[in-house]
Design a protein around this ligand. Structure first.
Ligand code: LIP
Length: 266
């Protein structure tokens, strides 16, 4: 029987060390190492260095587990557990010095694909605010030592919603059309620039809901568990748009169906 609390404890310890490294490198000055899917999709030397630290720590603490990270080749383990890692989620914020980026580490059981895995533990750590969100399956969601829950008291003013836009400029018209469809539900929209922190904001009741097309498994693996363990609902879609992007929707249970329906219309 897997001790999910132990997996969360390991992820918390490593996320804190990795976050401290990311912040140190940010303070020293950030170098763009390369671009990926588009000119806007950047990777920094720190992304690579932080993921390497996380991978090394996991290899020594959990040598039989698999690994899937944003910046390095996947590795299949023998334990049935795989670590899904985004070393610095909110990379563009990080490069610009905006204090909204996070280390995201999740442990999942089964095939490491979002529609097949069972998330067991998730940690999202913002090293600038020192806020660490964490959850393990069946044990609730926490911000540090404080229990958190989604906001299930809808405001008559409407929902405060988070979203994001893809790196491919060709996808922006569709993204904006999606925002227009969702707007009748909203009092306002926030675009923080880190999916992991957006999902944690839903879990903590700082956002009523979040929707975005184009996330990768490492963007949402930890945050999605933190939402569901906080009493929320999360959908990671199967159908892909013309740019191959799936839709992620997360919110409290009261808002979910209407948000999912409006955000899915494309
Ligand atoms: C980012 C997400 C963000 C999304 C960006 C990008 P990255 O992840 O956190 O919500 O809008 O397009 O996917 O690239 O910083 O790890």
């Amino acid at each position: 029987m897997t001790d999910v609390s132990e997996l969360a404890h390991i992820a918390i310890e490593i996320a804190r060390e990795a976050g401290a490294l990311a912040r140190r490198r940010r303070d020293e000055g950030v170098e763009i190492a390369a671009t990926k899917s588009s000119m806007a999709d950047i990777v920094t030397e720190a992304d690579r260095e932080v993921e390497s630290l996380i991978r090394d720590r996991l290899r020594s603490m959990r040598p039989e587990d698999g690994f899937v990270g944003e910046e390095s080749e996947p590795e299949t383990g023998t334990s049935g557990i795989t670590w899904i890692v985004d070393p610095i989620d909110g990379t563009v914020n990080y490069a610009y010095g905006i204090p909204a980026y996070a280390v995201s580490i999740a442990a999942v059981r089964g095939t490491p694909e979002p529609d097949k895995w069972t998330a067991l533990a998730g940690v999202v750590f913002n090293p600038v605010t020192a806020e660490i969100f964490h959850a393990s399956l069946g044990n609730g969601s926490w911000l540090g030592g404080r229990r958190i829950a989604v906001n299930d008291a809808p405001s008559p003013a409407g929902a405060l919603l988070g979203t994001g836009f893809g790196y491919d400029p060709r996808s922006h018209a569709g993204d904006l059309a999606r925002v227009a469809r969702v707007m009748p539900l909203a009092r306002d929209i926030r675009r923080f620039g880190s999916a992991a922190l957006d999902l944690c904001a839903v879990a903590a009741g700082r956002l009523d809901g979040y929707f975005e097309r184009g996330l990768k498994p490492w963007d949402h693996a930890a945050g999605a568990l933190i939402v569901t363990e906080a009493g929320g609902r999360v959908s990671v879609g199967h159908e892909r748009d013309e740019f191959g992007r799936v839709l992620v929707v997360a919110s409290n249970s009261l808002l979910f169906d209407s948000l999912f329906s409006s955000a899915s219309g494309d």
